[in-house]
Ligand binder design. Structure first.
Ligand SMILES: [Zn+2]
Length: 349
C-alpha cells in the first residue's frame, strides 16, 4: 500500500545568512493511551511530546513570531518538517534527503531532537552489518554430532565486542557500541541449526576512521559479514561561530550555563553535514522518548522558544561576520534560491 506523506518547507525573511530549523512529525509506535496527550505535573505526556512534537510546536511559534517582522527580518529562517525521521525501512527516498537535494539548505541547522536544552555537536556514526554463520545440522537428540550455528554466532558476536575500536573513548564518549539487534536461525525444534544470521548495529565514535573499523571487523573468522547500512557521524567544532551564538542564547533564555554534548543516536542532520553545513541537535527538557512514559516539560518549551528567538536575533546582528563562514559543497549553491516554499509529498511503501 502507498500513502502520501507531507514534507514541508517554509521560510521567512531574506538576507545573506539562512538558519534552518529542522523538525520531524513522525513518532515511533506507542501504547494506545499515549496517543491522547494529557498534562500533569508541569509536563505534557504522550507519544512524541518530547521526540519531537514539543520542539516542532515551538519552532512553529518562532516562525509565527518572525512572520510579524516579515521582510524586515535581515536573515532567512527556514523551517523544514519531515514525516520519516524515525522510519527504519529500506525506502528509496527520505524526506530530509529530498529537501537537501532540492536546495532547501542553509548556513546552520538546528534539529529539534530531545536534548534537555543541551547542544548536541556530535553524533556517532552508524555501521550496520549482516553476519552469516554456518554450522552443521544433526538430530537435536544427538547435538554432539552437529555444529550449532547459533552458538557459533554468539562466539562471533563476542569476538566483535572485543575488537579494539569498541573500547576506545573520546572527549564526548566513553565508548563505541556493538548491539546484537536481530537474530534468525533454526527451523525445527528437533534439529541442530546449520545456519544463523545476525544483524549487528555498530555505533562508532566520530573520530574513528570507518576503514580502520572495517579492517578490524575483517579479522573476525568463521563467518561472512556484509554491510547493510551506513550513516556518517556528525562532528561540529564547539568553536563554530553559530554554536557559540546558540550557547549564548540558551544561557540567557534559561538563566544557566549550558554545555555541548555528544549524542549516542544519529539524526537527520547528517544529510546537511555531508554538504558541509554544520548541524546540531537542540531540544527541550523531558524524558522517556521511544518509551512508555514519554513527556516534555511545558515550561522548557517557553525557554526553548525564547532561546531560538534570541539566537536568530544574534544572527541578525552578526550577519555580516557570518556571511560565507559555511561553505556548502556537493551542490550548486544557487539552487538554494530556487528552493520553493511549500508542501510536497513522499511516497511511502
Ligand atoms: Zn527524534
Amino acid at each position: 500500500m502507498h500513502t502520501d506523506l507531507p514534507v514541508l518547507s517554509a521560510s521567512v525573511g531574506e538576507g545573506p545568512v539562512t538558519i534552518v530549523l529542522h523538525a520531524h512529525i513522525d513518532v515511533v509506535p506507542g501504547r494506545p493511551e499515549q496517543f491522547s496527550p494529557w498534562q500533569e505535573g508541569g509536563f505534557l505526556w504522550g507519544r512524541g511530546a518530547y521526540d519531537m512534537k514539543g520542539a516542532t510546536a515551538a519552532m512553529l511559534a518562532v516562525m509565527s513570531d518572525l512572520q510579524e517582522l516579515g521582510s524586515r527580518l535581515p536573515v532567512k529562517v527556514r523551517l523544514l518538517v519531515v514525516p520519516d525521521e524515525e522510519a527504519d525501512d529500506d525506502r528509496d527516498e527520505w524526506g530530509t534527503e529530498r529537501l537537501v537535494e532540492r536546495g532547501h539548505l542553509g548556513d546552520f541547522v538546528i534539529c529539534g531532537e530531545p536534548t534537555d536544552m543541551y547542544v548536541g555537536v556530535q553524533a556517532k556514526g552508524v555501521l550496520d552489518l549482516r553476519v552469516d554463520v554456518a554450522g552443521r545440522s544433526a538430530h537435536s537428540a544427538t547435538p554432539w554430532l552437529g555444529t550449532n550455528a547459533i552458538l557459533r554466532a554468539i562466539d562471533v558476536y563476542e569476538e566483535l565486542l572485543r575488537l579494539p575500536f569498541v573500547g576506545e573513548s573520546s572527549e564526548f564518549y566513553e565508548r563505541a557500541s556493538v548491539s546484537l539487534s536481530r537474530i534468525a536461525a533454526g527451523d525445527r525444534l528437533n534439529k541442530v541449526p546449520d545456519h544463523c544470521t545476525m544483524d549487528i548495529d555498530i555505533r562508532h565514535l566520530p573520530e574513528q576512521d570507518i576503514e580502520r573499523i572495517r579492517t578490524e571487523i575483517a579479522t573476525v573468522r568463521g563467518c561472512s559479514i556484509r554491510e547493510i547500512a551506513r550513516r556518517p557521524p556528525i562532528q561540529v567544532p564547539t568553536d563554530n561561530p553559530y554554536v557559540e551564538l546558540l550557547l549564548g542564547a540558551i544561557d540567557s533564555a534559561s538563566g544557566r550555563p549550558v554545555e555541548c554534548v555528544g549524542r549516542d543516536g544519529t539524526n537527520d542532520g547528517f544529510h546537511f553535514i555531508e554538504r558541509g553545513i554544520p548541524s546540531v541537535e537542540f531540544g527541550p527538557v523531558g524524558s522517556g522518548h521511544h518509551g512508555p512514559e514519554e513527556k516534555v516539560e511545558i515550561e522548557s518549551l517557553r525557554r526553548y522558544r525564547a532561546a531560538l528567538r534570541q539566537f536568530i536575533a544574534e544572527v541578525c546582528v552578526r550577519r555580516d561576520d557570518l556571511t560565507g563562514v559555511t561553505r556548502i559543497h556537493g551542490l550548486d549553491r544557487h539552487r538554494d534560491h530556487d528552493a520553493t516554499t511549500g508542501v510536497a509529498t513522499l511516497r511511502e511503501r
